[in-house]
Write a protein that binds this ligand. Structure first.
Ligand code: GRG
Length: 310
């Protein structure tokens, strides 16, 4: 099978991108943290800077740069790309802080390190997570302006982020997940749950990149479909990893096995789940090609969603 990623050095690419994301997160916190109540400063910093693959902002920045075909952006413009992209990571960070709370997954470890509530307590961690939601919106709006988007474009960026984070997206998916515990979900319910809970931020990441680059409606729609397919593929791969990797490799305990949850592996088995994830990646790249976008970094990122080991 040809993937279009054979000569692309994915690991160095991811490392360089991850570093730019870390720098942008540090810049964002440098502006945001001083204004926070004293007791939230450390928990917010812990929740945002405690590692992670940073895939959502990397996807957003790569989509944006691909649409612009920008080869040598000046430093300010380039920083603003990553400043926009990290609005997604602020939402992701809050969701993980809350997801790990005792009233949800009750996880003491994430990425191999202590979760915020085990260090700062449950109530403070809840507040630290909540405060990240408006901060993410503000981050999106300010950085979109610095990228040169007008009021309408800035509004679109904040709307896309808010919809992805809200009841039509991640929060809606999490609610479905909580309500579905203890009963077997149908395949349709499982797809809807994950399209919302996990998929919505990936979809928004690809779409925000296109919108911030001023893409046409047709190209924007292709990025939505690309993001939707790789978001679902990411989740299927997550279920496969949860079923096959050990806790040390994942940096957490296997929550699916512990909670007896409906997963893609339960529906399909490991091999068929892997194949379905790969078919989604192939579809996602066909959609981009349909609007004339053949991008090695976007292809490599898409394949990484299903070939990663953690
Ligand atoms: C109470 C209804 C309600 C909502 C609160 C907690 C919450 C909002 C949403 C949780 C959503 C959630 C936990 C999604 C998980 C998505 C996921 C697969 C996370 C792991 O992503 P990676 O692998 O993590 O990108 P890293 O560690 O790399 O950042």
């Amino acid at each position: 099978m040809t993937t279009g990623t054979e000569i692309f050095q994915l690991e160095p690419f991811l490392e360089v991108e991850r570093q730019k994301v870390e720098e942008a997160l540090t810049r964002a916190l440098g502006h945001l943290v001083p204004a926070l109540p004293e007791d939230l400063k450390d928990p917010v910093t812990h929740g945002v800077l405690a590692g992670g693959k940073r895939l959502r902002p990397i996807l957003c920045a790569t989509s944006l740069l691909t649409c612009c075909q920008e080869t040598l952006p000046d430093t300010d413009w380039s920083n603003s790309v990553y400043d926009l992209a990290v609005c997604l990571e602020l939402i992701h960070a809050y969701s993980l802080m809350h997801d790990d709370l005792p009233c949800m997954d009750d996880a003491a470890l994430r990425r191999g390190i202590s979760t915020p509530h085990t260090v700062y307590g449950e109530v403070v961690t809840m507040r630290a997570g909540i405060i990240l939601i408006p901060l993410a919106g503000l981050q999106a709006w300010k950085s979109a302006g610095r990228l040169g988007l007008g009021p309408e474009g800035c509004g679109s960026v904040v709307r896309i982020l808010s919809q992805a984070a809200g009841v039509e997206g991640m929060v809606g998916g999490q609610a479905m997940d909580l309500l579905g515990e203890g009963r077997a979900l149908s395949r349709g319910e499982l797809d809807e749950l994950h399209r919302k809970k996990t998929g919505s931020l990936f979809r928004a990441a690809a779409r925000l990149g296109a919108v911030a680059a001023g893409a046409t409606g047709e190209v924007e729609e292709a990025f939505v479909r690309y993001g939707r397919a790789i978001g679902l593929a990411f989740q299927i791969a997550d279920d496969v990893l949860d079923a096959t990797a050990d806790a040390a490799a994942l940096g957490k305990n296997s929550s699916d096995r512990d909670l007896d949850k409906s997963t893609y592996v339960r529906f399909l088995g490991v091999e068929a789940a892997r194949k379905e994830a790969e078919a989604l990646i192939e579809d996602s790249l066909r959609v981009l090609k349909g609007v004339g976008i053949v991008s090695t970094p976007l292809a490599a990122l898409a394949w990484h969603m299903v070939r990663r080991d953690h």
